[in-house]
Design a protein. Structure first.
Length: 312
């Protein structure tokens, strides 16, 4: 082999190793979530963060990773009920609904019979709630009042969808929009998607039900930035949609036109957090504009607007 041939060969190998190394770094950055903020900011909508009408603006944590006494593990979805001014969350193993105060205190635990993998819960109105079972890929209507001691999902579901063979990658969160009589669902991954369900509960109970399920497409760059979707909330007073990603450690705020408005990062040092939220599984807001997040195994977080948090 001549010297020139050897140089060309080793030069080609060097470039190949350089490309492979660069690809490996990019894959690591994507899988670790380190690339997510950059991908968000690269989007035209992403450059519009922190606008004045954001419901996430100026939020700081005022309850940071409180362990909910009486709960040990598997804390999942979260919803706020205005009529009781309390929060309801689900536990997937053993299946149960837990009612929690806005300060993170366990008020009661309600076992669920007939459930396989409860991951999401959403308050409709009064004593009516929807519970999402990921393993069954089903949504169930349940009644929870102050006297409820046990729930059962043995009856037919209100909604059942088929996501194929990935039984542990189905419904991760549900949020009812009473203003538009609409249900929002998120699928965790493979693929990551936001589903919109119309016609589940017609405004007129005597009206025939025409069910419509469609996919609400997020901008491709945002889908690339997200490693999963673990929960969501449709904030009715503002019309905003909040999407929670555990793996990407962020909460995304979209307006009614589908434009990204703000991003709340859930990493150490952001918004007063002492440590990153380890596994964010549920999100909701109350009538005061406070944001609540629950994380496995049993951690409770509350964010308030900076002026309110300072007063408290």
């Amino acid at each position: 082999m001549t010297n020139s041939s050897a140089k060309r060969r080793f030069g080609w190998l060097g470039r190949a190793f350089f490309v492979l190394g660069a690809v490996a770094i990019l894959v690591w950055a994507w899988l670790s979530g380190a690339l997510s903020p950059a991908l968000m900011m690269a989007s035209p909508a992403g450059r519009g963060h922190f606008v004045t009408d954001s419901i996430l603006a100026d939020l700081v944590v005022d309850i940071d990773g409180l362990a909910v006494e009486g709960l040990d593990k598997n804390l999942s979805g979260l919803t706020y009920a205005a009529n009781t001014n309390t929060l309801f969350t689900v536990i997937n193993n053993p299946p149960a609904v837990a009612e929690v105060s806005t300060d993170g205190a366990l008020l009661r635990l309600i076992p669920i019979k007939g459930a396989k993998d409860t991951e999401g819960i959403s308050h409709l109105h009064g004593n009516k709630f929807l519970i999402a079972d990921e393993r069954d890929q089903s949504i169930h209507l349940v009644h929870i009042d102050p006297h409820t001691e046990v729930l059962t999902l043995d009856g037919p579901p209100a909604l059942k969808l088929d996501f194929g063979n990935f039984r542990n990658l189905g419904f991760e969160g549900a949020s009812w929009d009473s203003r538009n009589n609409r249900l929002y669902l998120v699928q965790e991954r493979l693929p990551i998607r936001l589903l919109v369900v119309d016609g589940l509960y017609p405004e007129d109970p005597d009206q025939e039900r025409f069910l419509s399920v469609r996919s609400h497409r997020l901008p491709w760059l945002h889908r690339l930035a997200l490693l999963d979707l673990s929960s969501l909330i449709r904030h009715e007073p503002s019309g905003k949609l909040l999407l929670l990603s555990d793996a990407s450690k962020m909460l995304l705020e979209y307006d009614e036109d589908g434009q990204l408005v703000n991003v709340l990062r859930l990493r150490a040092g952001m918004h007063g957090l002492q440590s990153a939220i380890p596994q964010a599984e549920g999100v909701t807001m109350d009538n005061e504009g406070r944001l609540f997040i629950v994380s496995e195994p049993n951690l409770f977080y509350r964010f308030a607007h900076e002026s309110t948090a300072t007063e408290n």
